[in-house]
Design a protein around this ligand. Structure first.
Ligand SMILES: Nc1ncnc2c1ncn2[C@@H]1O[C@H](COP(=O)(O)OP(=O)(O)OP(=O)(O)O)[C@@H](O)[C@H]1O
Ligand SMILES: O=P(O)(O)OC[C@H]1O[C@](O)(CO)[C@@H](O)[C@@H]1O
Ligand SMILES: [Mg+2]
Length: 440
């Protein structure tokens, strides 16, 4: 469990300048829809969770610093220089975040010197990537029409001291990092290096991941768009298998260590018979195993659709030793293994089979954000600007308990958020698919 101490956000120093947004917040106090800057957002949101803290005073239970504009800020907007970088895999909404950061800085703070570093952290190391670009409201006006990121991205480790040297050389005061867990580890390393050199450089992250696997931030932006796109493939699979004799559809969706995309996409339209995720072990063989259960389902209902998170079933195939440029494990091909096993099993039992395989792959993350994600991206970006202008550093913007909040990077990279097999999401999946509770 995270402690109050771990949730304290680092600041560069005293906020001496009046914020241009001070009038907006001057008369506000905490209410059901707003958290004042003097207040904190509780981690606990049920009576029993809070009661379990016993005698602990409310001021000492774990809580987050709220997001939002401050009356006083650390940086002088007239002199502030800002950098933005996007790293890791693509995610719907990256351009929405870039656009909203630029607009918020220009229009509300009057900060006009904004540099977009190209191709992830490589773009922060001179000579490794194309030159940075200048970001203006005109430049970002239409960038949300397309998915991806106008700044490009990359994986692979870069030299942190060189990155900080470059920030100093360019006189960057604030660096916004939009990326996943690896990018946030990088942002933490950059923030630490800057603090150790006593530099007033704020590093603020906007966490992105279609996998929704970053803890303590609520839902990550782009996740909703990605699972909605994945749900289209599941619907396609349902249509295909219903028209076939012995129809079995296998739909593989992204989700390295967490099965959120598989669960939500499956729940979106009740088209799945089985959802396989890394968090819930299963067996193929045996009376309760997937193969026997699948044959039974096809006999009863004429067809079946399996939604497979790419990280599921890795314990049933030889361990992968391959790593990508950032050191992430490249997963083994469980989907191929599963298809072969299904084909053999149906043949061994003399059952007819029409096997259809769908892999929406990169389609689910290369699309533009849907309206709800666009709104979310805009609000996360605005909160990120407020935090950075107030001198917060080494933190990300999150929305735990539906409140925008400042979360230290060290706590969001400590663990991976996963589907809880005893939680209500997995229960909904079991209810919706009617798959056996235990296939191990
Ligand atoms: N501990 C670290 N210190 C410095 N840089 C890091 C660290 N961990 C990762 N990075 C860098 O962060 C960048 C992005 O990391 P990675 O490729 O793992 O993607 P990610 O941000 O986790 O996004 P996603 O997993 O969603 O694609 C890479 O350039 C990687 O080298
Ligand atoms: O972009 P790459 O290197 O193909 O990596 C794909 C991985 O990135 C993600 O899209 C985001 O972490 C995962 O779902 C997927 O496993
Ligand atoms: Mg990652």
């Amino acid at each position: 469990m995270v402690t109050l101490e771990e949730l304290q956000v680092r600041t560069l120093g005293e906020c001496r300048y009046d914020s241009p947004l001070a009038d907006y917040v001057a008369s506000r106090t905490t209410n059901a829809y707003y958290v004042a800057e003097t207040d904190r957002v509780l981690i606990d949101d049920t009576i029993s969770l809070l009661a379990a803290r016993g005698e602990t005073p409310l001021t000492e239970v774990p809580s987050f610093e709220p997001g939002g504009p401050r009356r006083k800020i650390f940086f002088d907007p007239k002199k502030t220089k800002v950098g933005i970088v996007t790293c890791g895999g693509l995610c719907p909404g990256l351009n929405d975040v870039i656009r909203a950061i630029v607009l918020e800085l220009f229009e509300h703070y009057g900060v006009t010197d904004i540099t977009g570093f190209k191709n992830g952290y490589a773009g922060l190391v001179p000579g490794k990537s194309p030159d940075p670009i200048t970001l203006t409201p005109a430049f970002v006006e239409t960038i949300t029409d397309r998915g991806g990121t106008v700044l490009g991205s990359s994986r692979g480790s870069q030299n942190v001291p060189q990155i900080v040297d470059n920030l100093v050389h360019r006189e960057i005061d604030i660096l916004f990092v939009i990326g996943g867990d690896g990018s946030m580890r990088g942002a933490h390393a950059i923030a630490e290096e800057a603090l150790s050199r006593e530099l007033d450089i704020a590093v603020v992250g906007v966490p992105k991941t279609i996998d929704n696997d970053i803890p303590l931030i609520g839902t990550s932006f782009g996740f909703q768009t990605a699972y909605a796109k994945a749900a289209e493939s599941i619907k396609g699979a349902r249509v295909e298998v219903e028209a076939a004799i012995g129809g079995v559809g296998v739909v593989k969706v992204m989700g390295r260590a967490a099965g959120f995309i598989a669960c939500y996409a499956a729940l979106a339209n009740h088209d799945a018979d089985f959802v396989l995720i890394p968090e819930v072990p299963f067996n193929l063989q045996g009376e309760n195993g997937l193969l026997a259960t699948l044959r039974k389902r096809v006999k009863e209902r004429g067809s079946a659709v399996i939604v497979l998170a790419e990280g599921a079933g890795q314990d049933l195939i030889p361990a992968s030793r391959r790593k990508d440029a950032s050191g992430n494990t490249v997963l083994g091909d469980f989907a191929g293994f599963l298809r072969a096993q299904i084909a053999r099993d149906f043949k061994d039992h003399d059952e007819p089979l029409t096997l259809r395989y769908f892999d929406p792959g990169y389609m689910i993350r290369s699309v533009p954000a849907d309206a709800a994600d666009s709104v979310y991206c805009t609000r996360l970006a605005q909160a990120a600007v407020h935090a950075a202008m107030a001198g917060r550093t080494d933190m990300v913007i999150g929305r735990p308990r539906h409140r925008f909040a400042h979360v230290p990077i060290s706590v969001v990279v400590k663990n991976t958020q996963q589907v809880n097999p005893d939680g209500d999401l997995w229960l909904s999946v079991l209810e919706s698919t009617a798959q056996p509770f235990d296939m191990s």
